[in-house]
Design a protein around this ligand. Sequence first.
Ligand SMILES: Nc1nc2c(ncn2[C@@H]2O[C@H](COP(=O)(O)OP(=O)(O)OP(=O)(O)O)[C@@H](O)[C@H]2O)c(=O)[nH]1
Ligand SMILES: [Mg+2]
Length: 524
Amino acid sequence: MSDRAHADPATEIARRRTFAIISHPDAGKTTLTEHLLRAGGAIQLAGSVRAKGERRRTRSDWMGIERERGISVVTSVMTFEHSDKVFNLLDTPGHEDFSEDTYRTLTAVDSAVMVIDAAKGIEARTRKLFEICRLRDIPIVTFINKMDREARDPLELLDEIANTLALDTAPVSWPVGRAATFAGTYDLRSRDLHLTAPLPQSDSRLAELGDEVDLVRAALPEFDRDSFNAGHLTPVYFGSAIKGIGVTDLLDGLAEYGPPPRAQHADTRTVEAAEQGLTALVFKVQANMDPNHRDRIAFARVCSGRLTRGMRLKQVRTGKQIPLHAPQFFFAREREIADEAFAGDVVGIPNHGTLRIGDTLTDGEDVNFLGVPYFAPEILRRVRLDDAMKAKKLRQALSELAEEGVVQLFRPQDGTPPLVGVVGTLQLDVLQSRLAAEYSVAIGFETSPYALARWISSPDKAALARFVAANRGAMADDVDGDPVFLATSVFMMRRAAEQAPEIAFRDVKDVVREASPAATGAIG
Ligand SMILES: Nc1nc2c(ncn2[C@@H]2O[C@H](COP(=O)(O)OP(=O)(O)OP(=O)(O)O)[C@@H](O)[C@H]2O)c(=O)[nH]1
Ligand SMILES: [Mg+2]
């Protein structure tokens, strides 16, 4: 990321800003991402979402199905440098069917930008994502978007945030004009106007601004860094992502007070960002980003220490040594070799399936980061293969995509064809579309007799073995080989649980097997 030879780690860590953009679908996360990159000087011309048949596209929605449908399906990672800060930006999908991907991403960030559609206010997914951020002590910056359209009153929106989220709001900027006459923002701290074009002194928007600012100053708290870091207060920006208004305000704010890399919780201890030893957490895997080379990238957040190209890392789960030949910084689909990276950075590590979501990588220590969850699927389907000649290819493709977390895969122990499990049906569409596009395998889905899947475990290994033997026809292995019990109905699941009180049936699995129930339960 930088040319500085032998950069000082403390200085490097202090200039990292690693954040996710979160919200309800369609609030404008990808559009904001595009304009943040533009404001950061990272790209010349911002693309737009759903620019049909046009060459200029957004960077972060790069996958075929994302471009066809104009929605984000996976988190996109972008690392760029601006005003002496290194930003690692993660543009998450808003749709709840992809919430696992978003939740995993939230294990890798130090703050989040919550985007709100100014006409709609706090929507259901935004609220849920906010709650997850709060559980994880992730400070929130708010961007009220689409001010170029008919919007609700700004004070009313601030009220709604404060009331529904129990969060103090400190506006940092204020909108000048509204909807069609939205002309820019006023910086409440520096008192500078950031307008798209100069306004004459006599413009009524400036007079209104003066009155509103007096009111806002009297009624609302000023930005306070400690309250923000503690999660009690959110700084609020107004703007229009699509017009690039208010975006620089936000970027400057993140540079100024966005929290630098924080400590991360692990099973044996808390790992501080400033520690010398290298630790990193794999929170995302993405296959086939480059259609010409069937590659597979594990995205890891560096949690402490300095990562350098050529070093060997220990994969704590297996004890294996992983050579780091070509770590990469990503810019959506584009990439460059990372010679070194520091705490806060997100690096892509090409591999052939060795690295899994939830893996901890270190320079030797046996420590496992917590909090990368899998949720029990709501929907189970059997995969129907149209061309029997492709059975082997399908098997491999399903494993790869399941390791990536596109769907969950359950292989019944009685040898019947695999089941795929999803939280929402859009995941099935993504599976189908990616199997066709990336593996040339056409599939359909058939109903499965099973409705529920639960991970089972027990401290009493003999009891577990007895249960598995007695229920062989309803047992499956997940992608890690962990045992899963399948039931045809809630009633059947309950009955099985009553008859085997020594077995725990879980609907959340933390990738770290022995994580405490508290660590997994906090995510739901
Ligand atoms: N008028 C207006 N439209 C906007 C603005 N920002 C985004 N949009 C539009 O809103 C739609 C959704 O934008 P996206 O950026 O894809 O939203 P998203 O939050 O990334 O959506 P998901 O990733 O699918 O959750 C697109 O049609 C955008 O062009 C804005 O500031 N003003
Ligand atoms: Mg998006």
